[in-house]
Ligand binder design. Structure first.
Ligand code: PRX
Length: 685
């Protein structure tokens, strides 16, 4: 949906929903009056508020000297300085000590219905200690980086917690990334060890991971060892002597009853590194702290999902993304909950897979993405109607705006017109949700993530470089910024201070890169990215990264990548290519370019359409005018574009519009259908 039509449909949406009353008495935040008290406390005395949450939710080996050390000039925010803790201890050991020893910590459902594994807190402890010993035998020490290029299997969670136990910094790489995406992340982190698997299993197929990794590692000199989980029994996995070792062989040497003592980490020591797409071709290595991040993860998990001790919590996001880190691992395990983990996709073998899982494990909290709901919605209600979904208590949404239509479908068909939908706005950099309702306290408006959480000072700001932003009578729009620090704020950008500073350079406070509107009730309506990133199926991709891959093809003179609205993915990738002299505009070249992007970055960055053009619209000083390209990809006509005085050769624009209309006439329908099929398979990521 274009920004304009989205705005229209949001404006038409007048209904709002009161939270359900049942379950309210036991809720962590009961009703709007109690919520208002919390908002007020957090506003008036934020340090006391955050210190209170940190002491309630986590075990600290040593208490902090200061709640917050802020260097406003350099925008450095250090939470709970002087304090000591360990994330692995908080997610495992202390639950064992307080009577959750035999409680299921992690239930894993593999793609095959019969593949189920369950780890109690005690079992998780044993495995994590063994792996910590094993990694330590490979000389992994505090501060070293360990890359995790793994499918959604329990070993991924075990590896994360083993790193946290040692104090090593894990850096997960989504298993759907291909060569260039993986290489730049391993190189960026200077990882010492990579943990991977023989293959991931997706929609009945084995997708090799170790074999993908081998050529990449030739250019990653920092990697001393590769640990390989035998997950899919793939034959002929090549193991390089002295470098590669099977996970099962490595851990075998370590007996079951040997504790691995937790490193006493400073609150401000990094817990993990996770790369996200930035405004350049290079991914941004977001570094999160131990104490601040874990406090914020536990705090938001408890309040947003109203999490209680016997809840089964299912966050469907892949752990390769921040959502999987915060709400699939650290938040719920810090609270001692039961986490459900699923390796497969929502539509395989049939589109009832999610609802089968909800019924089978009596899931109470389901946190998923609008892209998943859209693809299931298209396949009809019959797939969910046959399952008993009555154990569900809270529904969540994340990653992209959820349109009121999709919200309503989720609410009616999965929530039985009763359950609160927690639409959570946040980012890799924020560590946890920032704008979201409290499920038994906040009146919901479909399509809005509602209000900033207590202690989060979000607002919108305008500047002269964003003329596209208008302000209507009852809504203000602008750049979404956060004015005060919160414990989940990133520690920094790994080895790139200039990039970190760029988040603060325009407004002097944290700039999210999103546009938003605020309505008369103070509710936030997220409009999407203002910078040059694209949100495909809830995943942030960098246009610059894709352009760099295209520019490396010998046939390409220039390429510009912009978002286009897409009914399933939210946004898809639209590419304008100027070929080099004499290179003909053929379908085979289109295919080759798509293939190159898929091979280099991964299928999630696959261009939806490639339009060959004579030239790109540029200013008189030669700068590509992306605003025009974005509008054309969204279907704008010449009239919609208005004044073209800034364009050096206005006739270029007319040609591009003409070419775009040809594309719409269905020249590439079949290619687009392939992508849709692919999307249906991949939506669960
Ligand atoms: O544009 C916003 C969108 O996702 C971006 C953050 O992407 P990433 O760092 O990959 O993290 C995704 C999961 C937290 C944001 O800048 N976004 C995320 N959640 C929402 C959203 N847009 C609208 N509504 C949301 N609930």
């Amino acid at each position: 949906m274009s920004q304009e039509s989205r705005k229209n449909s949001l404006t038409q949406q007048t209904g709002s929903y009161l939270p359900p009353l049942h379950g309210k008495a036991s809720a962590w935040v009961c009703g709007s009056e109690e919520a208002e008290v919390l908002y007020k406390q957090a506003l008036e005395n934020p340090e006391e508020f955050w210190a209170g949450r940190a002491s309630q939710l986590l075990h600290w080996f040593k208490r902090w000297d200061k709640v917050l050390e802020a260097d406003e000039e350099r925008h450095k925010y250090r939470w709970f300085t002087g304090a000591k803790l360990n994330a692995s201890f908080n997610c495992i050991d202390r639950h064992i000590l307080i009577g959750r020893r035999n409680k299921a910590a992690l239930i894993w459902q593999g793609e095959n219905e019969m593949d189920v594994r369950c780890f109690t807190y005690q079992m998780l402890y044993t495995e994590v200690c063994r792996v910590a010993h094993a990694l330590s035998s490979l000389r992994v020490r505090k501060g070293d980086r360990v890359a995790l290029y793994m499918p959604m299997i329990p070993e991924l969670v075990i590896a994360m917690l083993a790193c946290a136990r040692i104090g090593a910094i894990h850096t997960a790489i989504f298993s759907g990334y291909a060569e260039g995406g993986v290489r730049s992340r391993i190189q960026g982190a200077k990882a010492k060890i990579v943990i991977t698997a023989d293959a991931a299993i997706r929609a009945g197929k084995k997708k090799p991971l170790k074999a993908n990794l081998d050529p990449i590692l030739e250019k990653c000199p920092s990697v001393a060892h590769v640990v390989v989980v035998n997950h899919a029994n793939l034959e002929d996995v090549k193991m390089q002597p002295n470098r590669d070792i099977w996970w099962h062989d490595l851990v075998e040497d370590f007996t079951l009853d040997v504790d691995f003592p937790c490193e006493r980490m400073n609150s401000t020591d990094p817990l993990f590194l996770l790369h996200t797409s930035g405004s350049t071709g290079k991914p941004t290595g977001v570094l999160h702290s131990t104490g601040g991040y874990l406090t914020y993860a536990a705090h938001t998990t408890q309040w947003l999902f109203d999490m209680h001790d016997d809840d089964v919590h299912w966050c469907t996001a892949d752990i390769g993304w921040i959502t999987g880190h915060t709400y699939g691992v650290y938040g719920p395990l810090a609270l001692g909950a039961t986490v459900l983990m699923f390796e497969g996709v929502p539509t395989w073998p049939k589109p009832d897979r999610y609802w089968r899982i909800v019924e089978k494990f009596r899931v109470n909290i389901l946190y998923t993405a609008p892209t998943v709901i859209r693809s299931l919605m298209r396949l009809g209600e019959a797939w969910c109607e046959r399952y008993d979904l009555r154990t569900l208590r809270i529904l969540g949404s994340v990653g992209e705006p959820i349109s009121p239509e999709v919200w309503q479908w989720y609410y009616r068909n999965i929530g039985d017109s009763e359950l609160p939908i927690v639409d959570t706005w946040w980012q890799t950099e924020t560590g946890g949700a920032m704008i979201a309702p409290l499920p038994y306290a906040t009146r919901l408006k479909p399509g809005s993530a509602t209000r900033p959480l207590p202690g989060i000072d979000a607002t919108i700001m305008r500047d002269s470089t964003s003329p596209d932003m208008d302000t209507s009578a009852d809504r203000q729009s602008g750049h979404l910024v956060i004015r005060k620090p919160w414990p989940g704020i990133m520690l920094g950008v790994y080895n790139d201070e200039a990039k970190y500073q760029s988040y603060f350079s325009r407004f002097g406070c944290y700039e999210s890169g999103d546009g938003a509107e605020v309505d008369e009730d103070g509710y936030f309506w997220i409009l999407g990215r203002i910078d040059d990133s694209i949100n495909v199926s809830g995943h942030r991709l960098s246009t610059a990264e894709i352009e760099a891959v295209l520019a490396s093809c010998e046939e390409v003179g220039e390429a510009a990548v912009v978002p286009m609205p897409h009914p399933l993915k939210g946004e898809a990738i639209y590419v304008y290519v100027v070929t080099r002299d004499e290179v003909p505009w053929t379908d085979s070249l289109r295919k080759k370019l798509v293939e190159t992007v898929r091979r280099d970055i991964g299928a999630l960055a696959s261009p939806e359409y490639i339009q060959f053009v004579e030239a790109l619209p540029k200013t008189h000083s030669g700068k590509v005018i992306r605003r025009i390209l974005r509008k054309i990809a969204s279907g704008a006509t010449l009239e919609d574009l208005g004044e073209l005085t800034t364009v050096a050769r206005p006739e270029v624009v007319q040609h591009i519009i003409f070419g775009h209309q040809n594309i719409l006439l269905g020249m590439h329908e079949s290619a687009s259908m392939d992508v849709e099929r692919d999307h249906a398979e991949r939506a669960g990521e």
